[in-house]
Design a protein. Structure first.
Length: 347
């Protein structure tokens, strides 16, 4: 039975009891029959008007309950975008407000779940792709060696070198995935040390000296004479710097310049800027470059551009230090390239 019908029946029963009571009272008040009929008629008219008013006043209740019921049905079907109108008495309006808040939170939670599921599928697809290519190469070269297809020593050594390179790439991908999973799971404990930024830059540039020399790149460093030491985990932050520098090297033209600037931006943080002069990053890609396995150029392979995990790892490490990381790009402006930046907490 619907609530509205139930309320009308309850009102009708109570009104009938009142009418019966009044009729009995009229009969025992020593009134003549004409007066009893008149009073009874007036009482019935008042009761009818009361029932009519009651009928119309219960409509907002029915509408509110109907709206909540419909929205509940939509939620059961997986749709969380709707909102219940706040109509009817104050209690029903509060109920509608709480219901809308609940659906909003459910929608937010399911959006996160959908995003996580999409990321998981993308992760599996990308890992499968990045593992399949070197594995196929290794398998082909090993089969060629086993079948004695290769007779001359030079080709034999070249095949072995290729297998060594591919296994090295596989090991690098596995190490990056392991590191990223550690950071995501909170498995890396934050144990900062007092460290100087100039030492961090020196170590990062030395580790990439060969790549810089190979592309004939010049590095310009702008850093104040006095800079407070920072509180970092040196090995982790060297990885951040190396990943960003490696990205700048790959996107810089031969014979170009990479600019590094360091400045204290507040009493709590020092900020590092790394500017290349390549083609830059499209605006729609700027917010995605720190996503795992994301490549601004879909045609780029692992051999020519990495697995797409370096910047994702850098972001996680910077966040572990309580800092922020980002990129500013000037696509379309010749020679401006991209400027990556991240902050370090002052010791």
């Amino acid at each position: 039975m619907k609530l509205r019908i139930y309320l009308l029946i309850a009102s009708g029963v109570s009104t009938s009891i009142i009418l019966l009571t009044l009729f009995v009272c009229y009969r025992y008040m020593l009134l003549n029959w004409k007066d009893v009929v008149l009073l009874t008629t007036v009482t019935l008219g008042a009761a009818s008007v009361s029932m009519l008013i009651h009928y119309f006043m219960t409509r907002p209740l029915e509408k509110a309950i109907h709206a909540i019921t419909e929205e509940t049905t939509h939620i059961s079907e997986g749709h969380f975008e709707g909102q219940v109108p706040q109509i009817g008495p104050a209690e029903f309006q509060r109920l509608a407000d709480q219901f809308n808040r609940m659906t909003g939170k459910l929608n937010e939670s399911f959006q996160k779940l959908r995003t996580a599921e999409a990321s998981r599928k993308e992760l599996v697809a990308n890992v499968s792709h990045d593992l399949r290519t070197p594995m196929a190469s290794i398998q082909a070269f090993v089969e060629a060696l086993q079948d004695d297809v290769i007779q001359d020593k030079e080709t034999f050594e070249r095949y072995l070198q290729t297998i060594r390179l591919e296994t090295g790439r596989l090991d690098g991908l596995i190490q990056e995935l392991f590191k990223l999973s550690q950071l995501d799971a909170g498995g890396t404990e934050f144990t900062p040390e007092r460290y100087h930024v100039d030492h961090l830059l020196l170590d990062g540039l030395q580790s990439l000296a060969f790549q810089l020399e190979e592309k004939k790149l010049q590095v310009d460093v702008d850093m104040p004479d006095r800079l407070p030491p920072v509180a970092i985990m040196p090995q982790e932050m060297k990885r951040v710097l190396s990943n960003i520098l490696d990205n700048a090297i790959r996107h810089s033209p031969v014979g170009g310049t990479i600019e590094i600037k360091v400045e204290q931006i507040s009493e709590q943080y020092v900020q590092l800027y790394i500017q290349d002069h390549g083609q830059g990053i499209e605006e729609e890609d700027s917010s995605k470059v720190f996503d795992r396995f994301y490549r601004a150029d879909p045609s780029r392979t692992r051999a020519s551009g990495g697995a797409g995990l370096g910047l994702a790892i850098a972001k996680s490490i910077v966040h572990l230090h309580g800092g922020t990381i980002g990129v500013d790009s000037h696509t379309g402006e010749e020679g401006h390239g991209s400027r990556f930046w991240f902050t370090l907490p002052i010791y």
